[in-house]
Design a protein around this ligand. Structure first.
Ligand SMILES: [Fe+2]
Length: 192
């Protein structure tokens, strides 16, 4: 699809996303040795490698968009501050995309709390910054919270995004460039 065939709004949303990554994507990914943009592109590539559709590829790409929307320091969790980036990102996304993109993003922190409660191996896989933020985010879910999470129709998508999120921390990994994800953003917008 060429730009001229897209409704104006879609063109603007694609431009907004590209601008956010170009202007803010170089910031450090919370205590890890990679940038926000590198982390996002690795997560989206993992989605593609695992056969995800465009809405889930875009959810993976934009799962931490909330970090690009606030001005808290990169090491906020070390200062004991939960930036609530999943809520910020979810609110920003719901004005632009449907729930297949928005909900896995909103739930990706809950998914970490869920997996820590339901998979004993999972906690051991978490990086140190991820463990620090887990405590701030409420720690592992209670049995009641697990049951409620499993009732959410997007919980499996959120767990998939979470696993790609956790793996997308490889220093100097070559990824699809930002422009390579535009077709998926357009497709996800068309489905929203
Ligand atoms: Fe992430």
């Amino acid at each position: 699809m060429s730009d001229s065939e897209l409704p104006m709004e879609s063109v603007q949303i694609v431009a907004e996303i590209l601008r956010l990554f170009r202007e803010r994507g170089d910031s450090e990914y919370g205590g890890e040795s990679i940038t926000q943009a590198e982390h996002a592109f690795q997560a989206a590539d993992l989605a593609l490698e695992n056969g995800a559709d465009s809405t889930l590829v875009v959810a993976a790409l934009l799962h931490d968009i909330g970090h690009l929307l606030h001005n808290l320091p990169d090491d906020a969790p070390d200062q004991g501050v939960d930036d609530e980036h999943e809520e910020l990102g979810g609110r920003w996304l719901e004005k632009r995309f449907g729930p297949a993109v928005t909900e896995p993003v909103r739930l990706h922190v809950a998914a970490k709390r869920y997996m820590c409660a339901s998979d004993p191996e999972y906690y051991n896989l978490l990086s140190e910054p991820s463990r620090v933020s887990l405590a701030l985010q409420g720690g592992p879910m209670s049995a009641e919270e697990v049951a409620e999470f499993e009732r959410n129709p997007f919980h499996e998508a959120a767990v998939r995004v979470r696993r790609w999120d956790d793996e997308a921390k490889i220093v100097d990994k070559v990824t699809t460039p930002l422009e390579g994800f535009v077709e998926h953003i357009e497709r996800a917008l068309a489905l929203s």
